[in-house]
Design a binder for this molecule. Structure first.
Ligand code: NAD
Length: 373
């Protein structure tokens, strides 16, 4: 079997597999073909792949002859590709039409963002490995744009107060953002709708702001759920008070399969101090602020708003390394000892992230999205 590592679209600097990952696959009787230049932006040149036993080929060869293609994004996958296997992050709940097309084109697609968040899936959990990096990079990006210090200083020339960082959403990215901001000496406040997040926030030295009456999310596999209008109003008032005091706001609030909730209004941003910075990691699903523009940085009344859900790409080597390990761990489930494909749909992980197979969409939640238009 041939596994092809495609070069990602121009906005991406990561690659699905570094040379070390290619070496692991070639030892398992799998041929690895790498598109020329695929790892360049992740500091993994073609020569490294060749040393690892992979073959460097032009894109057309991979698209024609590879059995399984690794591509984080779908953007550059040819619209009429047929009878291939794809592994990446395709956000199928937001792209149901594309999934329908892939089904018709007999593409077997595995979208790793749909893996169940179970203990056995942890080693393949691309959302966690990449969110962890994004949370870290969000704080560094904010510190870089912020015209003041993060830590408190008492100097002969006067004292500097610590920066106030507000984090909305204490999932994997939010928790790493808390840890990083604390390491830089900031004071950190945090909101999340899941009461379970409180203890984690406090253990990292953040202050958890409670809002009474959050909807019970215990049946949602650890994820957040849609909140009532009353809760949203109460939360809005408390967030407005915190945004007004904050120098930096990092937003990460997401609800799987839905548009991100708007938590920071234009009015709240208008009341922030000039020089303040907002980093919106939920930009790809609409953003957590009213003024976020995905993949853009906008300045409103002296406040810089960075809309970027791909901040992990800012650390392309480590992001690719961890993503590649996640991919290899997943491939172990679908590649047999002879280096061939063996799909076992009785395995909840294989079934859980398989979106299209055998000429149709097979994932229940994606089918529901298609049915509801
Ligand atoms: P996510 O990216 O889906 O969302 C980020 C955070 O935003 C979540 O903590 C969510 O509760 C919060 N949020 C959503 N709406 C909000 C609102 N209106 N106001 C404030 N906060 C809001 O989350 P994630 O990082 O993918 O983590 C989701 C869950 O999965 C967490 O409970 C996490 O601990 C869990 N998890 C489990 C495993 C595992 O067991 N294998 C691995 C990773 C994550």
């Amino acid at each position: 079997m041939i596994v092809g590592v495609l070069k990602e679209p121009s906005f991406e600097s990561r690659v699905s597999l570094l040379a070390e990952g290619a070496a692991t696959l070639t030892k398992r009787k799998v041929e690895v073909w790498v598109e020329s230049g695929a790892g360049e932006k992740a500091f993994c040149p073609d020569s490294e792949y060749e040393k690892a036993g992979a073959v460097v080929r032009p894109r057309t060869d991979l698209l024609a002859s590879a059995d399984l293609l690794l591509s984080i994004h779908f953007d550059d996958i040819p619209a009429l590709l047929q009878h291939k296997m794809l592994v990446g992050i395709y956000q199928p709940l937001y792209n149901p039409e594309l999934m329908s097309a892939w089904g018709r084109q007999h593409i077997t697609s595995f979208s790793l963002d749909m893996l169940p968040r179970t203990t056995r899936a942890q080693s393949m959990d691309v959302l966690s490995s990449q969110a962890n990096i994004a949370g870290y990079k969000a704080v560094l990006t904010a510190a870089d744009l912020f015209p003041r210090y993060f830590p408190m200083f008492m100097t002969a020339a006067g004292s500097i107060p610590p920066a106030k960082v507000l984090i909305l959403g204490a999932g994997v990215a939010g928790l790493q953002a808390i840890a990083t901001a604390r390491r830089l000496g900031a004071v950190v406040e945090v909101f999340d709708t899941r009461p379970a997040a409180k203890e984690e926030v406090m253990s990292l030295g953040g202050k958890f702001i409670e809002v009474e009456g959050a909807a019970d999310a215990s049946a949602a596999g650890g994820y957040a759920v849609q909140q009532s209008a009353e809760f949203q109003q109460r939360q809005k008032e408390k967030i407005a008070a915190s945004v007004g005091k904050a120098d930096i706001v990092i937003t990460t609030a997401a609800i799987p399969g839905r548009k991100a909730p708007i938590l920071v209004t234009a009015e709240m941003i208008g009341a922030m101090k000039r020089g303040s910075v907002i980093i919106d990691l939920a930009a790809a699903t609409g953003g957590n602020t009213e003024l976020t523009v995905d993949r853009e940085t906008v300045v409103h009344g002296g406040v810089t708003i960075v809309g970027n859900s791909s901040l992990a790409a800012g650390l392309p080597y480590d992001a690719s390394k961890l993503y590649g390990r996640n991919v290899l761990n997943f491939l172990q489930l679908i590649i047999d000892k002879e280096g061939g494909i063996a799909l076992n749909f009785a395995d909840d992980l294989v079934k859980g992230c398989c979106i299209t197979h055998d000429g149709q969409v097979v994932h229940e939640r994606v089918l529901q999205m298609i049915d509801h238009g």
